[in-house]
Structures are given as C-alpha cells and as structure tokens.
Design a protein around this ligand. Sequence first.
Ligand SMILES: Cc1cc2nc3c(=O)[nH]c(=O)nc-3n(C[C@H](O)[C@H](O)[C@H](O)COP(=O)(O)OP(=O)(O)OC[C@H]3O[C@@H](n4cnc5c(N)ncnc54)[C@H](O)[C@@H]3O)c2cc1C
Length: 378
Amino acid sequence: MLDVIVVGAGPSGSYASHLLSKSGFSVLNLEEHKEVGKPVECTGLVSQRVFSMVKSGSRVNDVTGATVYFPGGGSIHVEKTEKTIVMDRDSFDKDVSAMAISSGADLKINARVIAVKKDSKGIDVTYRENGERKNARSHIIIGADGINSRVRKELFQERPGRIVSAYQVDSAHRMEDQDSVEVYLGSEYSSGFFGWTAPSGNITRIGVASYRSAAIKHFLRLNSRFPPNKIIGINGGSIPISHVKRTYSDNAILVGDAAGIVKPLSGGGIYTGMVSASHAARASIESLESEDHSSRFLSRYEKYWKSDIGMELAIDGIVQRYLFSMRDSALRNIYDILSKPSNISLINRLGDIDYPSRIVFAMLIRNPSLVGHLLLRR
Ligand SMILES: Cc1cc2nc3c(=O)[nH]c(=O)nc-3n(C[C@H](O)[C@H](O)[C@H](O)COP(=O)(O)OP(=O)(O)OC[C@H]3O[C@@H](n4cnc5c(N)ncnc54)[C@H](O)[C@@H]3O)c2cc1C
C-alpha cells in the first residue's frame, strides 16, 4: 500500500509529490500525457514567489510594467520595481517534475487514471499505462489532474462554478516594449474577462479569455491589432475562476485547477496551485503520521489553504464579478478615476499579481466613487 497517489504532473501535482517524497513518504505520480509539460496551455506569467519555490531555468523574460487598455481608447501604464517573470511553461513543468523525482517520487507518464474507488482500507486507482490496465492502492489520493479532474468526478461530484475559456497564440511578432504586458478590457476584446499580450523575445503570446462567449471571436479582434500571418502556435483551454465548496473528502484532497484554486481576477493558477499543493502535502503528512485519513481529519487541508490565500481569492472573486460584468461606459468611468497620477502611483506602489486585493482596498478608500461604479456597473 502506497502512502499517496498524486494524479497529474502539472505544477500542483509535481510540487505535492516533491514535498511528500522529500519527507520520506511513498508517492506514485500518474500523468496521462507522454511528456510532462506538454501540451502547453499557458502564458507563463508568474511572480518571483513561484521561482522561490522551484529552482527553474525556464525564465524567458522579465517584465516590470503593464499597459491596460480601456474601451474608448484610454490606457494607463503601471510600473513596478519587482519583476514579473514570463517563463517557458513546458520546461517549468519539467523542472518541478524533476525535483519530485529527485526527492524519490515514482512518476509514470502515459498513465491515465480511469477509475478511482474508495473502500474501507483506502483508495483503489485504476490506470492505463502504455495501453495496459493497472491498479494501485494508497492511503490518500491527491487530485492534481486539472480542470477536468477524474478524481473530482469520482469522489467529489462537484465542478468549479465559474469557468472562462481561453484562446492564445504564439506570434512571431517582437513587441517593441519587452518590459510590459498589455491588458485589454471591454466588450470588444472579451465578454466577462480580458485580452492580453506577454512579450517573450521574438515571440509574443497574444490571448483572450472570455466568460460568456467563445474566446476565439474576441481573439480575432485583438489579433487584428498586430501584424498578420505571424501565428506559429495555437493553444488555449478552460480556466476555473472559482473553487469547489469542499476540497477534501475521506482519503482524498483536490489541489490547483482540479479544485478551482485559481486567482479569479487574472485566471493565474500556478502560484495558487502550488500553494494549495504545499498545504495538501502538510495535511497528508499529518494524516499519515496519525493514521487517520478521514474527511474530518483532512478538513485541516482546507483550513490551511484558506487561512493562507482563501480571503484573497474570496475578495478577488467578488471584484471579478463586478468589474468584468461592467458595460464599456462604466469601464470608461473607471478609467477616468484610475488614470489620475495619484492613483497610478498607488498602483505602482501596492500592485501585486498574487495579492491584488491590497490595491483594490486602497483604491476604494481613496476613491469612494469607485464603489458606486462597481455596484451599479455604469
Ligand atoms: C491560455 C491560458 C493561459 C494561462 N496563463 C497563465 C499564466 O500566465 N499564469 C498562471 O499562473 N496561470 C496561467 N494559466 C492557468 C494555469 O495554466 C493553471 O492554473 C495551471 O496549469 C494549474 O496547474 P495544475 O497543476 O493544477 O493543473 P494542470 O497544469 O492542468 O495539470 C494537470 C495535469 O494532470 C494531468 N491529468 C489530467 N487528467 C489525468 C488523468 N485522468 N490521469 C493522469 N493525469 C491526468 C494533465 O495531463 C496535466 O498534466 C493559464 C491557463 C490558460 C488556459
């Protein structure tokens, strides 16, 4: 009987596997694809906090600024001293996975989990490895298997409530400004979310995420701002922007995208996924040491991650609902307020891609009229 089976070798699964193996527990990490890190469905924009968790050579560019475009042609530019990293997501995932293997995790690729059953003694997992049906048993299972999680389907029967669809390309277009990402707000470029560009040398990642309508429609409009016939790769996918109500069960834990533990304002899930993985590893270790794998015991996992990032995700979720359901006229009003020099310098000082609520609170205190615009959405 294994201590833990981790399903999925994305950043959340590999990081949980690493932390558990490093502490001496037996870990089987199952990954359905033939290669960790492929296919890439990500812009690869993360804070330095992510790189303090993993030593990785996947950094391709550092950005310090962001230009936000509003409907009607207005734009604001914000600048941070702290760098945000644009990374090569494929090699980042491989680096986290390599770390897990070095710590002793047993990774099996081309190994797709097809059934998960709980019985009185633990968890029974059926998977297909290179076409061959196999079984493994463990005390605990960690579902790190992304938005369409099989573990969640079999043991939790709940889906994240809010999901956006994203469409992104790699364009062979070199942005003149390599130090800034761009964000596009308004109905032209998204319904309920936003469009973006991220410079990474000779390639620019151009994407759109949309809540209520197909992202491709908005993407075509955004892409028409850039030179034609430059697309060298297309990717995309779904991003959960709200988490499931319960992220633990008897012998089971959900982390990262599988649980919907993602930043609701940006759709960024690498940092939050790895934070949830670290709390999952801690709760699993305590559970294995106490020989108690009950739902009651594992409920501490949810307490751990929520006391760390739960409040941030809750506040950002509320702001996301208001901000991204605004009409263009309302966004123009927001622009009028944010573009004041004093507000720009506040954003420069307090902006943080992992903890945006700080700037939201500071803005609302300094500009009480924002509350009215947010609530009335006009
Ligand atoms: C277009 C796009 C751009 C994005 N940009 C950013 C960004 O810039 N910054 C950021 O922080 N986040 C970004 N995200 C979100 C980010 O990609 C995810 O939040 C992140 O990948 C979550 O990591 P994870 O390990 O939880 O899940 P995943 O990375 O989805 O990993 C899940 C793994 O489980 C495997 N798996 C699934 N089912 C099974 C099964 N049955 N058996 C075995 N293995 C299985 C999958 O193959 C996969 O390897 C973006 C997402 C999209 C779609």
